[in-house]
Design a protein around this ligand. Structure first.
Ligand SMILES: O=C(O)CCC(=O)C(=O)O
Length: 301
């Protein structure tokens, strides 16, 4: 296992070298990118949720729990859509370092898609099998990226996330099982053909940030260390990239999906090489009729 080369800390922006590295390799690992003030706040809120999970006996809309979770010994797999659970997570994701980093990488305002906090608990926290994200929530382009923030120090024993450099430019794999059910991971035969000795594991001190493109092959091993590995993940796309409805998780990942961070929506989009200026977003208040729009008796018309 090799740990990633760590880039120098950056805050509101990144260097041209880092941006070029992301484009070429499909990932970044920025050591200590998120400072202690944010980390303290995020950890305090996260501790409250771990405590709240003690009264839960099964996974639900807020917590994804391991089967052996108990009140005395919580074992969380995931806090679902943190931005919908607490204003601290929302402020962090919509205005804080990850939103700024996404904007720096994608060159302007960005469109938030979803967030999650993967805990990968100590002493056996479950593996994440090799997979690509884009099949879970296809978009009109391949700009979506996910930014992960380690809330604790993560060393090689704690199952840091692994990425296969350059695989974001390769094939998009079928992630259904042979019986036709959605597996959410690559088939064994496809994994066997990967050059797994080239995988880079992205660890670092608390506050380190991982970035991976939506087409990147990535995953992580079980966490057999005595320390949980909380990784707060948030996904953004370019502002002119849109999730495609009725495929996978699009539209069901939280009420803030589609929110623009750092600017306004332009409603421009390009499909199959043709660019257009799309109509306003009517998803919240419902569409006008074409008559109302054309006769100018509707605000959006
Ligand atoms: O937590 C990890 O190591 C990987 C996370 C991931 O790929 C996912 O949740 O889709």
């Amino acid at each position: 296992m090799t740990l990633a080369d760590v880039a120098p800390p950056a805050r509101d922006s990144i260097s041209d070298r880092q941006r070029a590295s992301y484009e070429a390799n499909g990932y970044l690992c920025l050591s200590g990118f998120v400072g202690p003030e944010w980390l303290d706040e995020l950890r305090a809120v996260t501790a409250e949720f771990i405590d709240a999970s003690r009264s839960e006996t099964a996974s639900g809309k807020v917590f994804d729990l391991e089967p052996t979770h108990t009140a005395d010994a919580p074992r969380l797999r995931r806090l679902i859509s943190p931005v919908d659970q607490h204003p601290t997570y929302a402020r962090f994701t919509f205005e804080g370092p990850p939103a700024q980093l996404a904007a720096a990488l994608l060159g302007g305002p960005v469109r938030y898609h979803h967030s999650k906090l993967n805990f990968k608990w100590s002493d056996g926290g479950e593996e994440v099998k090799w997979h690509q994200d884009i099949q879970f929530w296809p978009h009109t382009d391949f700009t979506p990226l996910t930014i992960g923030v380690y809330l604790e120090d993560v060393d090689a024993e704690m199952s840091p996330m692994g990425v296969l450099p350059g695989s974001h430019r390769g094939p998009l794999f079928d992630q259904y099982a042979p019986d036709g059910a959605w597996a959410g991971s690559m088939a064994d035969a496809d994994v066997a053909a990967l050059e797994l000795d080239r995988v880079v594991y992205l660890g670092g001190p608390a506050g380190s940030v991982t970035v991976h493109n939506c087409c990147m092959i990535h995953g992580s091993l079980p966490n057999n260390s005595p320390r949980p590995r909380p990784l707060l993940l948030q996904t953004y796309s370019a502002v002119d990239s849109y999730p495609i409805s009725h495929i996978g998780a699009n539209g069901v990942l939280g009420s803030s999906g589609g929110r623009i961070c750092g600017g306004e929506a332009s409603q421009m989009l390009t499909i199959d090489g043709r660019t257009m200026h799309g109509a306003p977003d009517w998803s919240r208040k419902g569409p006008p009729t074409i008559f109302g729009s054309q006769q100018s008796d509707h605000a959006d018309g």
